[in-house]
Design a protein. Structure first.
Length: 360
């Protein structure tokens, strides 16, 4: 009996010693052994990788006018829409390449003007030349709740401009406009980003989008994947059919963008020397309608036909706008699905149904 008891005591001691040794090893490993450090590092890396995959744009949001990712704070800053002259005497224009959206439409005499949308372009000291307002440009700027900059206006736009819901800044009274000596009036009126912002403050206009704001465009959220048009037709060259400046766009496969031409030459930014280029092109057909003096009186709400062009393809779409003075114009595929734009700059051509448009 005594012998058996001694054996049991020895076994218990051995097991206890083994347990103590294991505990000491575990504590030592936890406190800094290579194996523990490697395991901890691997776990941290794995957690970080998983977090990055789940949310690669933490703290960011997409720009309302370009779809590019930026800080959530900057993404809330409202765009500024500036009326640009677009006749031969106004070429080349200044800092137009910095605009993320350009909206072109006919005015009197077959010429066009451009409404250019800028966002957070704090460094711009020369914007223009700036020209006068037409109603449908103002209505388009309202779709983005943009602060709208112009120099004068047609008589038909006066009642709209007087409404407080339109955030208009007339260069005859605001925006710190200045004239240059290299061109004759009215093609030499310019403003700056700081001048616009000073005027926005004086007028008491909001600088952030309202809470109930409906974004006009839906943008691709995937950075490494492009929206490709299914079906449609090849579009290497697009002619919107404006009779005076005779513009066209050529697809550059190396960049995936459309280069802009007019007046038989590349359209160049006077400040940067860059040729204008765009990732997306939208066409909105409207019925021709004019006042007695030749000013267009386009109906911009309702429904109509259009085109969506991106990545070398063009497809027929329809547009819809429920109200003249509020809400966005939305574009839809034939099956009723809303189109999604690629991230980048967008050019919008408002054209009459009688214009001779060509896709090649």
């Amino acid at each position: 009996m005594k012998k058996k008891k001694s054996i049991i005591i020895v076994v218990v001691c051995v097991l206890a010693a083994a347990g103590i040794a294991a505990g000491i090893y575990g504590m030592t490993r936890k406190k800094g052994s290579p194996e523990a450090v490697n395991d901890s590092t691997a776990q941290t890396v794995q957690e970080q990788t998983t977090q990055e995959v789940k949310n690669p744009h933490a703290g960011q949001a997409q720009s309302v006018i370009s779809g590019k990712w930026e800080s959530s704070e900057l993404a809330q800053q409202k765009a500024v829409a500036v009326m640009y002259s677009n006749i031969k005497q106004a070429m080349p224009q200044s800092n137009i390449s910095k605009a993320d959206i350009v909206f072109e439409s006919l005015v009197e005499g077959g010429i066009t003007r451009l409404c250019c949308f800028f966002e957070n372009q704090t460094e711009l000291e020369k914007i223009g030349p700036v020209r006068s307002c037409r109603t449908y440009y103002l209505l388009f700027a309202k779709e983005f709740e943009a602060n709208y900059v112009h120099f004068g206006y047609s008589e038909y736009a006066a009642d709209y401009l007087a409404q407080p819901s339109f955030y208009a800044l007339d260069g005859m009274a605001y925006c710190s406009f200045y004239r240059t000596a290299d061109r004759v009036a009215p093609h030499n009126a310019y403003t700056s980003w700081n001048g616009i912002m000073d005027s926005v403050a004086k007028k008491g206009y909001d600088t952030v989008y309202p809470q109930n704001f409906v974004k006009p465009f839906s943008f691709n959220e995937e950075d490494d994947k492009q929206i490709q048009i299914a079906g449609g037709e090849t579009c290497n060259t697009f002619y919107p059919g404006y009779p005076y400046n005779k513009p066209w766009f050529e697809y550059d496969e190396s960049t995936g963008e459309y280069l802009r031409f007019q007046f038989d030459d590349a359209q160049i930014d006077a400040e940067t020397g860059e040729q204008l280029s765009y990732k997306n092109i939208l066409v909105k057909y409207v019925e021709p309608d004019y006042y007695e003096n030749g000013t267009p009186n386009y109906k911009v709400d309702g429904t109509g036909a259009g085109l969506f062009i991106t990545n070398g393809k063009a497809v027929q779409v329809t547009w819809k706008k429920d109200s003249e003075t509020s809400g966005p114009t939305k574009y839809y595929y034939e099956d009723g699905t809303e189109i999604v734009l690629n991230q980048g700059k967008t050019y919008i051509c408002q054209v009459e149904t009688t214009q001779n448009i060509t896709v090649e």
